[in-house]
Design a protein. Structure first.
Length: 122
């Protein structure tokens, strides 16, 4: 059974102490409107490719991508064959690592522009 997937977001993982400053920086750097709520874990700058600032524990700082798909299990299988390893599951998505140890997420469809830009996998 085929499925589709695509990169849907670039996330800037930042400490809670720098969450607002980071969100303000990236909104200006990317020319995107900011609607900041310090009580929310995510601040999104929506578009065809979403840019998101995420408040995380300090050890988890970095930049990662999300791959959205209409079949999470099939996409996990495909990526594991390519060399990815599962780290852990959160709700209905997975955090994985590529062969170099870089974390990324596989998430169910969440963007408003789906299925624009998707690739269909056998």
């Amino acid at each position: 059974m085929s499925h589709q997937s695509r990169v849907c977001a670039v996330l800037f993982d930042t400490r809670s102490s720098s969450y607002e400053a980071t969100a303000r920086f990236w909104s200006k750097a990317l020319g995107r409107t900011l609607e900041f709520d310090p009580n929310e874990r995510y601040t999104s700058f929506a578009g065809e490719l979403d840019y998101v600032v995420q408040s995380v524990e300090s050890a988890d700082q970095g930049v990662h991508i999300d791959i959205e798909t209409d079949n999470v299990e099939a996409e996990l299988d495909r990526l594991e064959v390519l060399g990815a390893t599962k780290k852990y599951k959160i709700k209905d998505w997975w955090v994985l690592e590529d062969p170099g140890g870089h974390a990324f997420c596989v998430v169910p469809v969440q963007s408003k522009t789906w299925p624009q830009g998707t690739i269909e996998w056998p």
